[in-house]
Design a protein around this ligand. Sequence first.
Ligand SMILES: [Zn+2]
Ligand SMILES: [Zn+2]
Length: 268
Amino acid sequence: MEIKLLGTGAADGIPAFFGESRVGEYARAYGGKDIRTRSAAIIDGHIKIDLGPDTFSQMITHGTRPSDWSGIFFTHSHDDHLCESELQYTLAPFTEEEFSPFTVYGNDAVLARIQARFPDWPFELVLTKSFESFDHQGYLVTPIQAFHRLEEDCHNFIFEFGGKAFLYAADTGYWREPTWEFLSDKKLDGVVFECTDGFKRSSYHGHMDAKEVVDATNRLVSMGCLLPGASVTTTHHGQAGDATHAELEAFLVPNGIQVGFDGVSIKL
Ligand SMILES: [Zn+2]
Ligand SMILES: [Zn+2]
């Protein structure tokens, strides 16, 4: 499997859409890995994770082609992950297509928003529930429950294909016990963890800071869930976390964790 992180920013991106901060100003001045568009990823060029408001720019910058997507897998309905208005450009009058080539997977909150916006459009919508696996084109997909927006069944996803298993966890929060128990017999080749709060813990329960990413990684190791050589990479960084890419690397790399950036490719 090859996972490309198309965006690695939190809801407001870096530099933040409106707010000012040390990290945002650093990103404006130096660019590079400190510029972070809203979080999204793609696996093997056709399994799309989330459809945020930066999808169009990510398509141009990273060469993903929406007509190649076989499925869009939504983690939850927050605006930085679900920009349903973009779906309209896949069908008439914008294209000749009668049907979109991809299946849309999401929880009830995600599907309700898409149905409200497109009540008569022929999207193939599939309801996902945490801890209930399903097949998508030979990939075994398992949503697991995040500790995030409590009003809905927010997902992280395990994708298994070709003898490899990859866990995408953004937005995550520090998982509750049912999720840890479910993971206890899993063997993972790669994990992507959100690191929204960086070095500055916020009051919101539903995100992790850098220290919690280390703690969660160590817990997976102690449970035997990370296979030898497994990669752990961060995403969903917020400017309020007050950490530049280099500062995050200085803290996380010695703990065996790579700091993600827009466009990074992870090969399992
Ligand atoms: Zn988010
Ligand atoms: Zn969220």
